[in-house]
Structure formats: C-alpha cells, structure tokens
Design a protein around this ligand. Structure first.
Ligand SMILES: Nc1nc(=O)c2c([nH]1)NC[C@@H]1CN(c3ccc(C(=O)N[C@@H](CCC(=O)O)C(=O)O)cc3)C=[N+]21
Length: 303
C-alpha cells in the first residue's frame, strides 16, 4: 500500500526548499520593464512615483533608497520629498494634494512610520485613491475586504506572488498569520481568505501560539520578534513565509523564525534577507505601473 504524504513526511525530517525572493522579484521586474517600455511606445508616458519621507530614521532611509533604485532599474521616474521630523502636518498634506493633482505622478507613497504628532489617517486620506500604490487608503482597504482592490498592499501582494510562483495550493488549506498589523497581517489574512484558505490570525502574545501554528499548511509570520517561531511549532511539510525583519545587536538581519530549526520541518521557507523584502519593493513598481496604465487608458476612454 502506498504511504500517505503525512507518513512520508514524519519519517523523513526535511530540509525546506528556499523560496528565493530575489529571483522571483527579478522575473517580475523584467515584466515591469516591458510594461514601462510599452507605455512609452504607445502613449509617450513614463510612470512617475512620488516618495515622501518625514524625518531621518536610518531604516526608512535604507528602504526609500531601495525603492528609488528599483524604480530607476525598470524606468519609473521617482521624485523624493524630504521633510524634517518636526514639519507641520499641513505642509505634508499640501504636498500630497499637489502631487495628487499632478498628472505626471501615478503613485504617491508616504514612508512609514511617521513621527508621533502626525495623524496617520488624515495623511493617508489625503492621497488620491487612484494613486495610493501602497494600498493604505481606506478606499483600497475596503476594496480588499470586498475582494479585488485597486492597489493590493505591497508586502502581502508579494507574498501571494511568492506562493503562486512556488506552486503552493491555497484553497482549502490552513493558513495561519502571526501578526495583525494594518500593513501586513490584516491584509494578508484577507487575501488568503479571498483565495479560500482557512485563515487564523494570531499575535505574538497569543497564548499557546504553537497550538495554532502547528495546524498551518501555510504559515505567514509578521510579528517582528526574532525566534518567535521555533522548529516544534511548525507542521511537517508546511510552507513558511517569514515577513519579519529584525536587526540584532550584532548587526545581523533576521526574521521571526529560528531559521535552521524551522527549515528542518518545513517544505519551503523564505529567508531573511532575500525573501519577502525584495518582493515588497517589486510590488510597489507593479502598482505604480498599473496606475499609469489605468491613467492612460482612462484618458483614451474619455476622449
Ligand atoms: N509607506 C510604506 N510602504 C512600505 O512598503 C514600507 C514602509 N512604508 N515602511 C517600512 C516597510 C518595510 N519595507 C521594506 C522594504 C524593503 C525591504 C527589503 O528590501 N529588504 C531586504 C534587505 C534589506 C536590508 O538589507 O536592510 C531583504 O529582505 O532582502 C524590506 C522592508 C517597506 N515598508
């Protein structure tokens, strides 16, 4: 009699295949390049992204630099706007309104986190929803709830692409999301739900977290706690997506999983760095290009 997959898995501790975010990102960026060239040829338009950054948080500066470099790589114009950390909110909002009205700008991104005296809802609400390439405006969040949003938020969108690109079946499977932030955990859960996964959402402080994670066929961890997920918490053969980015005291960059231990249980795992991070930046490019394409075709329909 042939063995069930569960028997085979329990008899053979596995070493997970590494899901290479960099190489998937490179493939998607090739496609981006082609779409940018096409926009230029058909409409004489090159997509434009505005990146607004408040303060000089070193991590934010690194991410902003990566985004701007990625834009340059595929032919997207990027415009960076820096504000001092004690800038008035109204000055930032005026700039967002100006960019919202500028037809050469197709995407507006406000780098987060903002200093405490900013009201995040008001700032994000000032972004034209048709240019909200981060997908953080309430309109786009609502779209996500109903299914089929205009701009899926970049990190969970990138995770879905990694899963699809790796041939992971989603419908009917158990997905556990650890971390319920507005930018990763919540939209991630909604996207997995939309694809008919059975979704549980946990927190770093969930009691007996392992009781939930052990059921996951697909485990997405975005809690920002190094070593939160240890080997025994992971079901044999699970697909593990580590969204955490933590800088240790020794300067090392690690995710939320004890990578070596989890790797011996999982069938696939994303590394940190080189997993979800490169996809986040890439999906920003995808959203910006989609926005430019939409703007071009809308002009045609109107005339
Ligand atoms: N409005 C807004 N939109 C964002 O998309 C946004 C944000 N704010 N605030 C911060 C988070 C974080 N984020 C990352 C981008 C790139 C990597 C990335 O490229 N990581 C590399 C390594 C990074 C390194 O070496 O430091 C990797 O994982 O391989 C990670 C994280 C975007 N975010």
């Amino acid at each position: 009699m042939s063995k069930t997959i569960d028997t085979i898995l329990s008899e053979h501790p596995m070493t997970a295949t590494i899901i290479d975010g960099k190489s998937v990102a490179a493939k998607v960026r090739l496609d981006c390049r082609a779409r940018v060239d096409d926009l230029k040829a058909r409409y004489g338009v090159s997509p434009g992204l505005a990146v607004l950054m408040v303060g000089d948080d070193p991590a934010s500066a690194v991410y902003v630099r990566k985004k701007i470099q990625a834009c340059a790589d595929v032919g997207i114009r990027s415009h960076k706007f820096l504000f001092s950390r004690d800038e008035k909110q109204s000055v930032l909002i005026d700039k967002i309104r100006e960019l919202s009205a500028d037809p050469r700008i197709h995407g507006i991104l406000v780098q987060l986190p903002l200093p405490k005296h900013f009201d995040l809802k008001e700032v994000l609400g000032a972004i034209d929803q048709e240019k909200d390439v981060d997908g953080f405006h309430l309109y786009n969040v609502g779209g996500l709830v109903v299914g089929g949003t205009v701009f899926p938020p970049c990190t969970p969108y990138g995770v879905m692409l990694l899963l699809d690109n790796s041939g992971v079946e989603i419908a009917g499977r158990n997905a556990v999301v650890v971390g319920a932030s507005n930018i990763v955990g919540k939209p991630m859960a909604l996207m997995l739900m939309q694809r008919e996964a059975t979704v549980s959402v946990c927190h770093a402080r969930t009691r007996d977290l392992a009781q939930f994670t052990i059921l996951a066929d697909i485990l997405v961890v975005a809690a920002g706690c190094p070593n939160l997920i240890t080997g025994p918490m992971v079901k044999s053969g699970a697909v593990v997506i580590d969204v955490g980015i933590n800088r240790l005291a020794n300067g090392q960059l690690v995710g939320d999983c004890d990578f070596e231990a989890v790797r011996r249980r999982a069938s696939m795992i994303t590394p940190v760095p080189g997993g979800v991070g490169p996809m986040t930046v890439t999906m920003l490019l995808v959203n910006t290009i989609s926005s430019a394409e939409r703007a071009c075709t809308q002009v045609l329909q109107a005339s």
